[in-house]
Design a protein around this ligand. Structure first.
Ligand SMILES: C[S@@+](CC[C@H](N)C(=O)[O-])C[C@H]1O[C@@H](n2cnc3c(N)ncnc32)[C@H](O)[C@@H]1O
Ligand SMILES: Nc1nc2[nH]cc(C(=O)O)c2c(=O)[nH]1
Ligand code: SF4
Ligand SMILES: [Mg+2]
Length: 208
């Protein structure tokens, strides 16, 4: 099979980096996890903290067997698939293999492409720059909205009305605007206690 066809089938994937660290954000903050960062994103967030990931062709393609073999070198059994935008790829083969090897699979996604894969936890972080695909709303376990502008509170409520009723609701300050928005987020959560705060704790700890 040609590499291009293997990528289209989700049997090979462009890997920007993979690292064992502590989940810094969201409901699983503080948990050890192996991160697999796929190359390629067409969403274009102005404040994206991993813009290097956007160009898929910059990153070497690996087979899902190689990817999972690397993950097995570490003691943790939580894997977080991120990017880039991981839903640009068919994630069924990778997640099936991870499950068969005893891993728990999480995803970090903007939801801008059709959902694929067998995930135990779906972190959905919608973006104004590219509309989410409707398939994400019923599978999202956490809605994590990055606050970069005051209009993002309204954007967050709009998506909270679309996700399933068991989805956790989280507001995360955009890193460079945290000094401006953290106090507004604190006030917002005190007045709207169905929302929680998510911080990028790995950046405070200076770990990957
Ligand atoms: C780099 S993205 C990759 C996954 C996927 N493309 C997405 O946006 O969900 C991982 C997480 O980091 C968040 N993020 C990216 N840049 C950020 C920033 N400057 N400040 C706060 N959160 C950020 C995203 O919203 C997302 O929840
Ligand atoms: N430690 C750590 N936690 C994270 N949670 C989500 C991340 C991501 O970039 O998707 C991330 C990341 O890059 N590092
Ligand atoms: S969707 Fe995610 S990876 Fe893509 S630009 Fe936005 S934050 Fe960055
Ligand atoms: Mg990150």
């Amino acid at each position: 099979m040609e590499k291009r066809d293997a990528v289209a089938a989700g049997l090979m994937l462009p890997i920007m980096e993979a690292f064992y660290t502590i989940q810094g954000e969201g409901a699983f903050t503080g948990h050890a996890a192996y991160f697999i960062r796929l190359g390629g994103c067409d969403v274009g967030c102005v404040w994206c903290d991993v813009k290097d990931s956007w160009e898929a062709s910059k990153w070497p393609v690996q087979s899902i067997e190689e990817i999972v073999a690397e993950a097995k070198r570490f003691p943790g059994r939580k894997v977080v698939i991120t990017g880039g935008e991981p839903l640009m790829y068919d994630l069924n083969p990778l997640t099936k293999l991870l499950k068969s090897e005893g891993f728990v699979a999480h995803i970090e996604t903007s939801g801008a492409h059709p959902f694929s894969g067998d995930f135990d936890w779906v972190c959905f972080s919608p973006k104004k720059f590219k509309q989410p695909h409707p398939s994400i709303y019923e599978v999202a376990n956490e809605l994590k909205v990055v606050v970069f502008h005051k209009s993002d509170f309204e954007f967050a409520e709009k998506h909270a009305n679309l996700v399933n009723s068991s989805c956790k609701l989280l507001l995360q300050p955009e890193w460079s605007k945290a000094s401006v928005f953290t106090s507004q987020i604190v006030d917002y959560v005190k007045n709207h206690p169905n929302w929680n705060i998510s911080l990028q704790t790995h950046k405070f700890m200076d770990i990957p």
